[in-house]
Design a binder for this molecule. Structure first.
Ligand code: GDP
Ligand code: IMO
Ligand code: MG
Length: 424
């Protein structure tokens, strides 16, 4: 089994959790490489729904090793709650979970800063998940972040926490007129979490590269999606990490020469949570229908997701940026009741037709989608188990996507349950 990177090719929530769960069966190690508990990855097995925020979606497969890589920002309280939640459901989380000693810690002041900033900017907000992701990555880039290895050393942790609090508390009191954080309270809570997490800590680059050298295969689990990537996404309406395939190397210490394949996950349509451009967004009537049928409410914050038609311009650029070698299409069943389905094949900007998204956010907001229309299939696909069994209109829709994206579709998903998907 090759080493595969799985990335979202839209704005997140493409169904990566479900696809990872499918692929996990055939690999040895599953590693998350970026993001934090802004992610919500859903897997439905045996009538039970599991939503993973930090732990890789391979955890439901006994005998697989799951790792949280250095590129991830970790809220230890959330991690412990997730471990306990899984255990309470009878899932084994013992020696099969590792945490990189180079991952950064989310602290209470990161969460407070995230929310205060959003409140302060008002209408110009990003619509973040409020989980402290941006401020934590900002500290990482600013070289004042606290890494897992720092946290494990009591003296270093105390020193770094005190230093950070001095700076952050000045911000809280002067800029935001918000209460300061006390050292003792955070220190005691995090020392408690540390005791329970210490046994998971590993040095991921050595662990992973040695495993690969021994012939083990690694599945790299991306969070968010290409258009939420800090460099390649709809900046500034993005998250603060590299959700594209390159992030898999940076966020784990496994070199590009060890990656064999990149799978892009897309919905058969498009969704986005939070603010920012969305050229193919549905008008209100369709929005309500697809949102209800697709249960399009955030797995992390419960916010309604914005929904729209499939945007081939967006995904074509994702294929390019990520080097996508195959595509998994999810939620095809959600379009079952649509008499017509549309695909955006170009952006119109003034009198020009664009084949790639623009970089400037103001241009992004101005582009108009150019659509081609296809007849819908108006048949229930949720029980279909092969490409050949799909209604002809659905097959033609998928073939057209392959043609436009110039990449093959290798997985099709027609429902949230583990069994509702097939390989092509
Ligand atoms: P992720 O963040 O990319 O892992 O995706 P989420 O879990 O946030 O959102 C995907 C949602 O769609 C979850 O509720 C899944 O259970 C559900 N889902 C996944 N694949 C399908 C599918 O083919 N059809 C339907 N109807 N739901 C699906
Ligand atoms: P998964 O892994 C969808 C969005 C937020 C917001 C922006 C920045 O489940 O696909 P942040 O809290 O990261 O600073 O918020 O990114 N966002 C996601 N949208 N799926 C996600 O993760 C997301 N993680 C962050 O809604 O617009
Ligand atoms: Mg999600």
């Amino acid at each position: 089994m090759p080493n595969i990177v799985v990335v979202g090719a839209q704005w997140g929530d493409e169904g990566k959790g479900k696809v990872i769960d499918m692929l996990a069966d055939r690999c040895d190690i599953i590693v998350r490489f970026q993001g934090g508990n802004n992610a919500g990855h859903t897997v439905v097995v045996g009538g039970r729904e599991f939503v993973m925020h930090l732990i890789p979606s391979g955890i439901l497969h006994p005998g697989k090793y799951c790792l949280i890589g250095n590129g991830v920002v970790v809220d230890p309280q959330v991690l412990l709650e997730e471990i306990e939640g899984l255990r309470a459901s009878g899932i084994e989380v013992e020696n099969n979970l590792g945490l990189s000693d180079q991952a950064h810690l989310i602290l209470p002041y990161h969460k407070a800063l995230d929310k205060l900033r959003e409140q302060k900017v008002g209408a110009g907000k990003i619509g973040t998940t409020g989980r402290g992701i941006g401020p934590c990555y900002a500290d990482k880039a600013n070289r004042v972040g606290i890494r897992v290895a720092d946290w494990m050393d009591d003296e270093v942790f105390r020193r770094k926490l005190a230093m950070n609090l001095e700076e952050k508390n000045a911000l809280f009191s002067r800029l935001y007129q918000a209460p300061a954080f006390g050292f003792e309270e955070i220190y005691r809570a995090y020392a408690g979490f540390r005791e329970r997490i210490a046994r998971c800590v590993v040095h991921a680059p050595v662990f992973l590269n040695e495993a690969i050298a021994q012939g083990k295969s690694v599945l790299f689990e991306g969070a968010q999606g290409t258009w939420l990537d800090i460099d390649h996404g709809t900046y500034p309406y993005v998250t603060s990490s590299n959700a594209t395939a390159g992030g898999a190397c940076v966020g784990t210490g496994v070199p590009p020469t060890k990656i064999d394949r990149v799978m892009g996950v897309v919905k058969a349509y498009t969704t986005r949570v939070g603010e920012g451009p969305f050229p193919t967004e549905f008008p209100p009537d369709l929005m309500g229908k697809i949102r209800a049928k697709g249960k399009e409410f955030g797995a992390t914050t419960g916010r309604p997701r914005r929904c729209g038609w499939f945007d081939a311009i967006l995904v074509k650029s994702s294929v390019l940026i990520n080097g996508i070698t195959e595509i998994a299409v999810t939620k095809l069943d959600v379009l079952d009741d649509s008499p017509r389905v549309k695909i955006c094949t170009a952006y119109r900007l003034g009198d020009k037709l664009l084949a790639h998204p623009p970089a400037a956010i103001d241009r992004w907001q101005e582009v108009e989608p150019v659509y081609e229309e296809h007849p819908g299939w108006l048949k229930d696909t949720s029980e279909v188990t092969s490409f050949e069994e799909l209604p002809p209109q659905a097959r033609r829709y998928l073939k057209r996507l392959e043609e436009l994206l110039r990449v093959r579709i290798s997985i099709i998903s027609v429902g949230s349950k583990r069994e509702q998907a097939f390989r092509v």
